[in-house]
Design a protein around this ligand. Sequence first.
Ligand SMILES: [Fe+2]
Ligand SMILES: [Fe+2]
Length: 134
Amino acid sequence: MEITWSSRYDTGIQLINEQHQELFGIVDRLRRMVQEGAGRDALEAQLGDLLACSRRHFATEETYMRRFGYPDLPQHVSEHASMLTSLHELTTKFQESHQSMALMVPTFMEGWLKHHISDGDFGFVTFLKAHNLA
Ligand SMILES: [Fe+2]
Ligand SMILES: [Fe+2]
């Protein structure tokens, strides 16, 4: 089944929405590639894109949160860091030739994104809006 962004994840901040949409798009492309039996190099490149895009997105959010003194910053940053650790571990296992790991990434990422946007990102977006910062 397709992995897509929906208006349920609308934060009201265009840049954040665009980055979330990009992440959903990369994850869905990865899902499709795995299903269609894409080769190792193509999957590895897609996993690399996912890591890079995640890092970029987290840096954007953390810049916003730091700039405006978001009180739950440490918790939010640690959620980002532990996601990157998990994604790194899955990618490393994939590179060590456990090809099945590529299949686990879209499932893991879909769950993580939906949960983190609803629970984590909405928290700081609400804070920004309450302080007329967004
Ligand atoms: Fe976040
Ligand atoms: Fe986010």
